[in-house]
Design a protein around this ligand. Structure first.
Ligand code: ADP
Length: 246
């Protein structure tokens, strides 16, 4: 496993309040990582920094084999670097079929939304079918996205990101509001996706983090409080104090 993302000494203040305070940690490739921490720990701000939405006041955010700096790059440029972000609520094109949602997401050299091209292009169709299989929606390709269950919409959006073949996928609380069966399926999708790329899951739900069975980074007050297996970090007295004890 090589280092894909290196956060080093990063700080961000909002009106004098340090939301991220000398944050340092690394994500490997491939890797599945869970980021946990109490409300206000800085999890969302971390994702905002990596995706270029928020610019750090200090520190380094280095990306890829050459260690290029992501700081100051536009959100669209960072997306083209291969960083995908899944927000908590599903945002799929409700009136379109699952197939067309995936087609719209595919990286298209002739323009991002040329759906017809992909519907008629054998390579595109094969990629759509491969992604549909990865997210368990092979039988739902012709269904309208608006008819899908909440869980299926979340998987479709993960699929739309996977279609773009990101090197790093940031996922915010993917299992919120899901049934136990849907949560298991979500676990399987993320574990599988992380075999060939970095997947970072920001999560509140400890039961779901346990299912992911991966390295955990605990944030608190904008820095790393503990890192390691879930069993390791949940035995840390400071973690118990600030997070689990609440
Ligand atoms: P988490 O996602 O772990 O709950 P956040 O990254 O959302 O934490 O927030 C970290 C801290 O920064 C919180 O105290 C939050 O109120 C503050 N914060 C985040 N974004 C802003 C902003 N745009 N303006 C002011 N304060 C912010």
């Amino acid at each position: 496993m090589t280092t894909l993302l290196e956060i080093s000494g990063v700080s961000v203040s909002f009106d004098g309040f340090k939301a991220i305070n000398n944050l340092s940690f690394q994500i490997g490739e491939p890797e599945l990582r869970a980021i946990i921490g109490p409300n206000g720990a800085g999890k969302t701000t971390f994702m905002d920094i990596v995706t270029g939405k928020t610019k750090p006041d200090q520190g380094r955010v280095l990306w890829g084999d050459k260690g290029i700096s992501l700081i100051g790059l536009s959100e669209s440029r960072i997306s083209r670097e291969g960083i995908g972000r899944k927000f908590q609520k599903p945002t799929v094109f409700e009136a379109q079929s699952v197939r067309d949602n995936l087609a719209m997401a595919l990286r298209n050299p002739r323009g991002p939304f040329d759906v017809l091209f992909y519907r008629k292009n054998a390579g595109g169709a094969a990629r759509i079918e491969k992604v549909a299989e990865q997210i368990g929606l092979s039988d739902a390709l012709e269904r309208t996205a608006g008819e899908l269950s909440h869980g299926q919409k979340q998987w479709l959006e993960i699929g739309m990101l996977l279609a773009q073949e990101p090197r790093l996928l940031l996922v915010d609380e993917p299992a919120a509001g899901m049934t136990p069966a849907e949560r298991q399926k979500t676990t399987d999708i993320l574990v599988e996706a992380a075999r060939t790329r970095a997947v970072v899951v920001v999560e509140h739900d400890m039961d779901f983090v346990r299912r992911l069975d991966c390295k955990v980074t605990v944030l608190n007050e904008g820095s790393v409080l503990a890192e390691g297996s879930l069993d390791h970090v949940t035995q840390n007295p400071e973690v118990i104090d600030v997070y689990l004890g609440r």
